[in-house]
Design a protein around this ligand. Structure first.
Ligand SMILES: NC(=O)c1ccc[n+]([C@@H]2O[C@H](COP(=O)([O-])OP(=O)(O)OC[C@H]3O[C@@H](n4cnc5c(N)ncnc54)[C@H](O)[C@@H]3O)[C@@H](O)[C@H]2O)c1
Length: 435
């Protein structure tokens, strides 16, 4: 009986449509069989249609919720971008700084803004280290009229929107997953930011009109197992010791492709251990300072043969000068409409300090400025990607960028400690405050 009702509903005796005869038992049986198969078929179709519309609704909801909850877009946002990108000096440049809420990004953005260039930042404020420090840097930049977009360089739509809103002349690309040891824990983050993010950014730059010139941060880590010192740009870089180094080396190759095919002007800067105020909490000079002040022991690594590790520590102001000089000497990109018109500039420079200092010597300087003796655990360096020493040959940057570092570790650490004590409230309270 039930089947009959369904049959009637699905095959109504509508005028003009064939009415099914139900006289003969055999044909009736056949019909039932046919009808139930058809019924099933129709139900299946209905189900598929419902599933498909549900899925497309879901994707609509996803896309629109992403659109509506995105922290960017809208007239007010565009006005902020344009104001931040406004150039306030003759022959000034308009720079998109990626990783602007990072250590180096903040300093470079400030330096550019101070001399009247237009600067817009982008940063995803990830939690690799304390995001409140990144937010504080963002607030510092806002106080100087630099707006930092909260977004990821993998967001192609956001990048397209930024280039549509502002004809950036330059990109200072500093966004990256930094640090060597974290790759053991989270290797994917290096691929996400240093490889996929770089390609997304270069795609946006290649399509932008005008195409910007790109200056970006590679790293001294590309020298890897190289033991010829000091490290020169022409030395081998095909033996990285960490995933971080490998992604930076990959970045040098990837940028070369975009230079070769699309005419993007590229300058890669191999930074050597940058330190200073507003620095990175994951770096040794920073975490040593925190631990020493909190009375906690510090771990000092030594080489396998008992030798001290040494780094070519480079003060942030010197790095900033190198970055700005690279921007100022960068030639324009030569592509238009994604086509290269003629060969474009491709450069790589070391930006170091040329005088490596051992880690125990660094600790002694900190002890002096902090007026606290460090409790040291001397540990053999684990095989997690660190290299025993770095030492930059900077003659190329000196000759072509006029790069000339002027701050030694003593002076630079003094400035860092002063900032640290003030930022974390030690100068205001006797006995200090715990981070
Ligand atoms: N500080 C050094 O000693 C040193 C040495 C060699 C190379 N470098 C390179 O210099 C650059 C700047 O380093 P830093 O010390 O300022 O590091 P940092 O971690 O302080 O700054 C990087 C910033 O990029 C942001 N970021 C990361 N991935 C992102 C993404 N996918 N989208 C948007 N933003 C993202 C982070 O939130 C961070 O604020 C990096 O490329 C780093 O690899 C630094």
């Amino acid at each position: 009986m039930m089947m009959r009702v369904i049959e009637d509903e699905l095959f109504p005796s509508t005028p003009g449509k064939v009415k099914i005869e139900r006289t003969h038992a055999a044909s009736r049986q056949f019909h039932r069989c046919f009808a139930s198969t058809s019924t099933l078929f129709l139900w299946a179709l209905l189900l598929i249609a419902l599933t498909a519309s549900y899925l497309s609704f879901q994707s609509f909801v996803d896309t629109s919720s992403r659109y509506f909850t995105a922290s960017w877009g809208g007239l007010h946002w565009e006005r902020q971008i344009r104001a931040s990108a406004a150039v306030r000096r003759d022959d000034g440049i308009a720079v998109l700084v990626t990783g602007a809420a990072g250590f180096v990004g903040t300093h470079v953005s400030l330096a550019l803004r101070r001399r009247g260039d237009g600067v817009v930042g982008i940063d995803n404020f990830n939690a690799y280290y304390d995001p409140s420090l990144k937010k504080a840097r963002k607030a510092l930049l806002a106080g100087h009229g630099v707006f930092v977009v909260d977004g990821d360089i993998n967001d192609a739509r956001l990048l397209e929107k930024l280039f549509d809103t502002v004809p950036f002349t330059h990109v200072m690309h500093l966004a990256a997953q930094a640090g060597v040891r974290y790759a053991i824990e989270n290797p994917a983050s290096y691929i996400h930011s240093n490889v996929a993010g770089l390609v997304t950014l270069l795609e946006a730059c290649k399509s932008a009109d005008p195409q910007p010139a790109i200056v970006w941060a590679s790293s001294s880590s590309v020298y890897g197992l190289n033991d010829k010192v000091p490290f020169s740009e022409s030395d081998r870089t095909d033996r990285p010791a960490s995933l971080y180094a490998a992604t930076k080396k990959a970045g040098e190759e990837i940028t070369h492709i975009y230079n070769h095919i699309y005419g993007l002007s590229i300058t890669g800067l191999r930074f050597f251990t940058v330190y200073g105020p507003w620095g990175r909490p994951d770096m040794a000079y920073f975490s040593f300072t925190r631990n020493i002040l909190q009375g906690k022991p510090i771990t000092v690594y030594r080489g396998r043969d008992g030798t001290d590790l040494a780094r070519d520590f480079t003060y942030i102001d010197d790095i900033v000068k190198g970055c700005v000089a690279a921007l100022d000497t960068a030639e324009a990109s030569t592509g238009i409409g994604k086509q290269k018109r003629r060969p474009a500039q491709y450069r790589i420079y070391n930006l170091g300090n040329t005088s490596p200092v051992t880690v125990p010597a660094l600790v002694r300087i900190l002890e002096r400025y902090l007026k606290v003796k460090a409790r040291k655990n001397m540990v053999e360096m684990p095989g997690n990607g660190d290299v025993p020493f770095t030492h930059a040959n900077i003659s190329l940057a000196r000759a072509e960028l006029g790069y000339k570092p002027t701050t030694n570790l003593e002076t630079g650490l003094k400035k860092f400690v002063k900032w640290y004590l003030s930022y974390y409230g030690y100068s205001r309270r006797a006995g200090g405050k715990h981070q």
